[in-house]
Design a protein around this ligand. Structure first.
Ligand code: IVH
Length: 680
């Protein structure tokens, strides 16, 4: 080889390594070290050089991730080591039984408690990646566990999957096992694009990942943002791979630049397993990807080997699954519920069904359009979904099980609670009762909102009590709560004197509140908690807010004409002013201030600025950061827009981070935020 060619080859190698490193920093660590433009520039330099020397192109070059021709069908691949399944557990007893079986299986070989490596159970698709001498060769699906499909071309397009292992000495053979999935944020984005293109949205991130991965044309896969997480390797005797523990293998995989879950941990005994399950269950909604449980693995590889397998699952591992989030049941009837602002919501009455850890008997059907779209009829068998704390919803109908006799639902044209006319303005999906506060249903909802934790926080004033108070005409407006006497309360059914006393004490306690809470408690349409805080900060006093014109209101950050109009309308209502006066006369009070509207513009670097928090901060919880920012007059919102002033990014920040980069918004880490807080 000529000296020139050698030097070109060296340059190509350096360029490729540099690009792979930047890729890793960007996609795996979420911590880019160079601007996009610099990356693009390097990438183009590599492309140009490869064009000049096409015979020096290798399949592992980062330019070769995309470009394979579509295939007619996937080839079959035999797995060298079968891809087995895991035994499942659904409760603590089953976990304890597993730990006991493991201890018994290892009796005499080890002391209790057993050490376990624990990790999330990803809800994606299992794949295996074969590396030979450090180069990615073949990738396949799990298939039936013994034979899978060759999806190498598609896997190559996933940028977090290394094409070359970045170590001096790589094992001669290494098979990395893990899961391909789509991050929740990317799924939402993809579905938006599908709808814009007039194509069908995917039902969930798992389906989207599966649909993207099983494309005969890898060019389509390349347009989808897929993620991969490694969770192990096929047993390997190569001295270069760790031979002692599973956790050491995970650390090794991280060194090879495979993404591994940040939540991987090592715990002791069944108590450690159960504590880990609870901690992950509590974080589940906040994780950037879907999981359906956690996985426990005996950490010591020698112990794993000793325990071996039963049928198609290892004795040394267990999947502790979260309760199902979707279930099938029968729709018995559809009722119409009246909300605080009069919105009429059709609610499905269901045959009780256990889903996501609780028994569900009601689920929302959203509105009449949704019912038609899903063609839901009374008598149908339906799929119900419950995600986190969200109200359960009817997802779809199981048409195959539709009985001969079903009934279509018709949205009533009168409010079922007060009989007032229901109207549905042109272009809106929601029908509303026009009865206002004369409608007992709206009145009850308004009271419940007024008393709720984030509003006036009156403990014990729940649905049952409010129903009784309104139905017996004891309470009509929030102001009536403050004139309640012990006799009126204690006379109610199921109300002992002691609990009546507790309620009165809670009502008394709520009198001392904040302006923001009070504004929020009023239940002004379109005024949520964040807007209430903005209004309190801006005006500083309730009278100034009540007298504000449209023009004044539009000067408040983030308040547009719709919210401003709702506020003006609310205070124009004589009845609302009267209730407020009665509340003040009952000593409901808060501290007032001069408000930022009357202050000179921006008195510090935080006041009046909008912040977005993303990712996990190393030493502060998000709640802490939010509270500190708000205390100094800043505002914390959930999404990045042109109006955002700062994005505070922790680890694994996700798509908000990219959006901030694209919009050129200042991005700070925890230290940056602390510095900013300290300047004030
Ligand atoms: S270990 C011997 N770890 O669960 C089995 N599997 O039932 C080794 N899965 O489809 C599997 N997250 O793809 C393991 N952290 C994790 C996992 C995990 C998800 C999937 C796996 C397979 C199924 C096994």
């Amino acid at each position: 080889m000529s000296a020139e060619l050698k030097s070109v080859q060296q340059q190509l190698k350096t360029l490729r390594q540099q690009i792979e490193l930047y890729n890793y920093q960007y996609y795996v660590l979420n911590d880019p070290s160079v601007p996009d433009a610099e990356f693009d520039c390097l990438f183009r330099a590599l492309q140009q050089m490869e064009q000049q020397y096409p015979h020096l192109i290798t399949p592992e070059s980062p330019t070769q991730r995309i470009g394979a021709a579509p295939v007619k069908a996937f080839a079959q691949v035999q797995h060298n080591t079968p891809m087995l399944s895991l035994n499942n557990a659904f409760d603590e007893d089953e976990v304890k039984a597993f730990d006991r079986r493991v201890s018994e299986g290892l009796a005499g070989l080890t002391a209790n408690p057993i050490e376990y490596a624990v990790e999330p159970k990803f809800d994606g698709l299992a794949v295996t990646l074969r590396y030979e001498n450090g180069l990615f060769k073949t990738g396949a699906t799990r298939g039936d566990g013994y034979t899978g499909e060759d999806i190498t071309h598609n896997l190559r397009t996933i940028k977090v999957i290394p094409l070359t292992l970045p170590v001096e000495k790589a094992p001669g053979f290494l098979e990395v096992r893990g899961e391909v999935l789509m991050l929740k944020a990317d799924f939402i984005q993809l579905n938006k694009e599908q709808l814009q293109k007039g194509e069908k949205p995917f039902a969930n991130p798992r389906n989207a990942a599966a649909g993207s991965l099983r494309q005969l044309d890898a060019a389509i896969t390349a347009t989808r943002r897929l993620m991969f997480f490694a969770y192990g390797i096929a047993p390997n005797r190569d001295a270069l791979t760790p031979q002692d523990t599973h956790s050491a293998i995970m650390a090794y995989l991280a060194r090879l630049r495979f993404p591994i879950a940040r939540e991987c941990a090592v715990v002791q005994g069944s108590a450690g397993l159960i504590a880990y399950y609870s901690s992950i269950a509590a974080q589940r909604e906040r994780l950037p990807y879907d999981i359906d449980g956690v996985v426990y693995k005996v950490n010591a590889l020698a112990q794993q080997e000793e325990l071996g397998f039963v049928a198609r699952a290892p004795r040394f591992a267990l999947a502790h699954k979260f309760p199902a989030q979707e279930a099938m049941t029968r729709l018995l009837d559809i009722d119409v519920q009246v909300g605080r602002t009069g919105a009429l919501t059709p609610v499905a009455r269901l045959e009780p069904v256990f889903v996501g850890g609780v028994t569900v008997t009601n689920a929302t059907l959203h509105n009449a359009d949704e019912i038609s779209r899903k063609d839901v009829r009374i008598g149908d068998t339906v799929i119900v979904r419950r995600a986190g704390d969200v109200i359960p919803e009817v997802v779809s109908v199981v048409l195959a099980q539709r009985p001969a006799q079903t009934r279509r639902f018709v949205m009533p044209d009168h409010c079922p609670a007060c009989g007032a006319r229901a109207v549905r303005p042109e272009g809106e999906t929601v029908a509303r009762c026009t009865g206002g506060l004369f409608c007992p249903a709206q009145r009850k909802q308004a009271l419940l909102h007024f008393a709720s934790r984030r509003a006036m926080d009156i403990e014990g004033l729940g649905e049952k009590l409010v129903n009784q108070l309104v139905d017996n005409a004891i309470v009509r407006t929030p102001a009536d709560l403050y004139t309640l006497g012990i006799t009126a309360l204690a006379n109610l059914a199921r109300m002992a004197e002691k609990s009546a006393g507790n309620i009165l004490a809670a009502i008394e306690k709520s009198k001392q509140t904040t302006l923001a809470r009070f504004i929020y408690a009023l239940g002004i349409r379109n005024v949520g908690e964040a807007t209430a805080k903005d209004l309190a900060r801006h005006f500083g006093s309730l009278d100034r807010l009540m007298d504000a014109s449209m023009e004044n209101l539009l000067q408040v950050r983030d308040i547009g004409p719709i919210i401003a109009q709702s506020i003006v309308d609310f205070f124009a209502e004589h009845h609302n002013r009267e209730v407020i006066e009665r509340l003040r006369a009952s000593d409901v009070s808060w501290e007032e201030s001069i408000g930022t509207a009357s202050e000179p513009a921006s008195i510090n670097a935080i006041s009046g600025k909008t912040f977005v928090l993303t990712g996990t901060l190393p030493n502060m919880t998000r709640e802490d950061a939010k509270a500190q920012i708000e205390q100094l007059g800043g505002k914390v919102t959930g999404s990045v827009s042109k109006k955002t002033d700062y994005v505070i990014a922790g680890s694994d920040p996700g798509s908000k981070y990219e959006k901030a980069v694209n919009l050129g918004i200042t991005i700070l880490d925890e230290t940056g935020l602390k510095n900013l807080l300290q300047t004030i």
